[in-house]
Write a protein that binds this ligand. Structure first.
Ligand SMILES: Nc1ncnc2c1ncn2[C@@H]1O[C@H](COP(=O)(O)OP(=O)(O)OP(=O)(O)O)[C@@H](O)[C@H]1O
Ligand SMILES: CC(C)(CO)[C@@H](O)C(=O)[O-]
Ligand code: BAL
Length: 282
């Protein structure tokens, strides 16, 4: 696996693949790779002849009081994991390579409506940062396919709309959430959890599972969500949100059947997100 850090070299290398008629599958990440990321690489291998991963901790999607500086950077480990997983090329630019004018002057992409509320409400500007960097990566790599995790459910919805609205010729593949044995969704930020917090963390997923069972059995939505929030708070979580939405993230109404429970909650300084789909009874 080759690691490239600059744009001209990336374009030249990808041009050669394209001239040979090879399909390119992209896996964008922020690094500190775990089995969730490697599931994206596996999906990419099924969808393309050449797998290109990117590692870039994107300052544009972090708020002023978020963990940009603390975010784990583990390049040597990540390269070994990608190589082992069958990735062909890693693009790992620095900030000046992607944003040569600096943050303030950077042209931005905004995907309205679907970026609002949920994580977009708790992290203002976050999805503009994601949409901007993903647009840049799509323009640089020009992939046939790009793989994203369903753990970041709203992000996936934002990217699907971005691709439609800006007519990117890229097929978006959503990859199911990879979990630890106790149910906790794998995430780089799990590494911030102290042992006592790590022991409590699976309760987020357990709460979603219990809520799913209650809602599928016809329990009332508002009261069930209220009980879920109370359970999280009693156990030391500070929830940002716990919501039931349609699969397209529209609010639910009497006609909604397929739906998704979405949650974000902080345990100390660590922000965890998770989601679970379900079918509401008639
Ligand atoms: N457990 C997981 N299962 C499936 N996909 C995942 C999982 N964790 C992350 N991904 C996906 O990997 C891609 C890169 O995510 P990222 O590098 O931010 O990892 P992360 O572990 O989610 O980190 P963070 O803690 O910052 O949320 C995204 O498409 C994300 O949805
Ligand atoms: C898609 C992404 C790589 C853009 O920085 C990031 O938001 C992530 O890791 O999910
Ligand atoms: N996994 C999405 C990237 C972020 O939280 O900034």
């Amino acid at each position: 696996m080759r690691t490239l850090r600059d744009i001209p070299e990336l374009r030249e290398t990808l041009g050669a693949y394209r001239r040979r008629g090879q399909r390119i599958a992209l896996v964008p990440t922020m690094g500190n790779l775990h089995a969730g990321h490697l599931a994206l690489v596996e999906a990419a291998r099924r969808h393309g002849d050449v797998v290109v991963a990117t590692i870039f901790v994107n300052p544009l999607q972090f708020g002023p009081n978020e963990d940009l500086d603390a975010y784990p950077r583990t390049m040597v480990d990540d390269q070994a994991k990608l190589e082992e997983a069958g990735c062909d090329l890693l693009f790992a630019p620095d900030t000046a390579m992607l944003y040569p004018r600096g943050m303030d002057e950077q042209t931005r992409v905004c995907v309205p409506a679907v970026s609002e509320g949920l994580c977009g409400g708790a992290r203002p500007g976050h999805f503009d940062g994601v949409s901007t960097v993903v647009s840049i990566l799509f323009n640089l790599v020009q992939p046939d396919t790009a793989c994203f995790g369903e753990k970041d459910y709203q992000q996936l919805a934002v990217i699907r709309k971005l691709v439609e609205d800006l007519h990117f010729p890229v097929e978006i593949v959503g990859v199911p959430i990879v979990r630890a044995e106790d149910g906790l969704a794998l995430s780089s930020r799990n590494g911030y959890l102290a042992p006592d917090q790590r022991a409590i963390a699976p309760l987020l997923y357990q709460t979603l599972c219990e809520l799913r069972d209650a809602l599928e059995a016809g329990e009332p939505v508002t009261a069930s969500l209220g009980a879920g929030l109370a359970r999280l708070r009693e156990n030391g979580f500070e929830p940002d949100y716990l919501e039931l939405r349609g699969l397209d993230l529209a609010p639910v109404d009497e006609s909604t059947r397929d739906a998704v429970l979405l949650a974000a909650a902080r345990l100390g300084p660590t922000r965890l997100i998770d989601n679970l789909t379900l079918t509401l009874p008639r």
